[in-house]
Design a protein around this ligand. Structure first.
Ligand code: UD1
Ligand code: MG
Length: 440
């Protein structure tokens, strides 16, 4: 935490290049909105965080308030002052320095931002009015170009304002700036909207600083951390980088992954112990996985797995807890608590509790929904459930009981009992030959 630093996050833009009705900063990467990451990292550096909103401001603010309760939201006067410069107008940061972040940079990390905010020890620090992040790219398409003359930054030109010569420049503005707060507040009124987009650009403060002989410090940063997301293409690329970071962390912590590039793990998932993830595994929400083996193409969402084995192609839906359990292929579990259970093939177990030693046969279905309400199925210890059983909830199956294959169970079953509800088999001797005699 830096006591002399305020942070402004720009999140008012519509994000037209996303071609979506959802505001840009609410598009997700690894399960969380892009703006979530900017705020989370900002909070590691400052106690004075301002987020600027305009387009669908209520939706953006409401979404962020689910995660953060100590952020100040501002509504940009977008009609009169559109643009990244307009976004900062009217905000009074509490501290001496202010870091301005774009809300569409989900890959930034607080540690990387420190390069821009801690200049205390450099000789020119006292006179430093602006530190800016710069990218040295192969292709700077989409970014503002940084003009450097005699080794010094002199201005930033937005892509839409570039001449064909300027378009070839590959030094780009990464979009993060650390201003001396007094300099920012004094000079914002000098911005004009005389440009291709008729907007007030924060980037024009560079030229203003140069004209007043203030020093500007460029800090070269990696695109991997400072990538701006403007389109769905950028979003997909940023997510790949973010996913690689998540997986690298788990791999280094001792989690085994088969073909890691095919595995998707949302931010918020925890994985511990001797866990193996096979190819195509998807882990979502706040799932917690410990000492488990998740086989090919299985999905776990907001659930807990301990000492369990699932898949291939199993789906564990939210609020399930599996301990010491074996789940096989094409089994769907929802909001269920399974301890020491085997469900090897083709089953739906929803709103249920199933206890130790119980075997769930192929094709078992908990009929938990009557079209209006959901009901629970309680299954005790050492129950043998025959294949193709329907358990019509609410229903309780006590310990040490059996259900014959093909049964529809509508009444509770007592301990020690066998329940059987299928019709008796009838055999008609020689029927095949009589039936097909003339036809085959
Ligand atoms: C901006 C920079 C560009 C830089 C790039 C880096 C300007 C003028 N250009 O361009 O030099 O290379 O970032 O990614 O600053 N926003 C508002 N209010 C507005 C407009 C935008 O809050 O009126 C917010 C957006 O929500 C977004 C951020 O500012 O989070 C950046 O806006 P965007 O339109 O993406 O700017 P770029 O064209 O990417
Ligand atoms: Mg952008």
């Amino acid at each position: 935490m830096q006591s002399n630093l305020s942070i402004i996050i720009l999140a008012a833009g519509a994000g037209t290049r996303m071609k979506s009705t959802l505001p840009k900063v609410l598009h997700k990467i690894s399960g969380k909105e892009m703006l979530y990451y900017s705020i989370e990292e900002a909070k590691k550096l400052s106690d004075d965080i301002h987020v600027v909103l305009y387009h669908q401001a209520d939706l953006v603010q409401g979404t962020m308030e689910k995660y953060f309760d100590d952020v100040t939201y501002h509504i940009q006067d977008h009609e009169k002052y559109p643009g990244t410069g307009g976004a900062v107008m009217g905000i009074t940061p509490h501290h001496e320095k202010v870091l301005v972040l774009n809300g569409d940079m989900p890959l930034i990390e607080a540690d990387e931002l420190k390069q821009l905010t801690s200049n205390e020890h450099s000789p020119e620090a006292r006179d430093l009015k602006l530190t800016m992040s710069v990218l040295d790219l192969k292709c700077a398409d989409g970014y503002g170009r940084v003009i450097i003359e005699k080794g010094k930054v002199t201005k930033i030109i937005e892509q839409k304002d570039c001449s064909s010569y300027e378009l070839d420049i590959t030094i780009a503005n990464a979009g993060i700036y650390c201003f001396n707060t007094d300099f920012l507040l004094e000079n914002l009124p000098k911005l004009s909207n005389d440009n291709a987009q008729k907007e007030y650009y924060i980037t024009d403060l560079v030229e203003i600083a140069v004209k007043d002989n203030h020093s500007i410090k460029p800090v070269y940063v990696k695109e991997e951390n400072f990538k701006g997301v403007n389109s769905k293409y950028d979003l997909a690329q940023a997510e790949v980088i973010h996913q690689n970071r998540i997986k690298e962390q788990f791999l280094k912590a001792g989690i085994a992954m088969r073909l890691p590039e095919t595995i998707y793990i949302e931010y918020g998932v925890t994985i511990e112990g001797e866990t193996i993830l096979e190819n195509g595994v998807t882990l979502l929400g706040n799932s917690k996985i410990c000492n488990s083996h998740i086989k090919t193409n299985s999905i776990v969402e907001d659930s807990i797995l301990e000492n369990s084995e699932i898949g291939p192609m199993a789906r564990i839906r939210p609020l399930s807890i599996l301990k010491d359990t074996h789940i096989g292929n094409f089994v769907e579990i929802k909001k269920s608590n399974l301890t020491g259970v085997k469900a090897g093939h083709l089953a739906y177990l929803g709103d249920s509790t199933i206890d130790e030693g119980t075997n769930v046969g192929a094709g078992t279905i908990t009929c938990n929904y009557d079209g209006v309400h959901k009901y629970k199925t309680i299954i005790g210890k050492n129950v043998f459930i025959g294949s193709d059983t329907q358990l019509v909830a609410p229903v309780t199956i006590e310990d040490n009981s059996m259900i014959a294959a093909g049964s529809t169970i509508t009444n509770d079953i007592k301990s020690g009992d066998l329940a059987l509800s299928r019709t008796k088999q009838k055999t008609v001797t020689g029927f095949f030959h009589r039936f097909f005699k003339d036809k085959k």
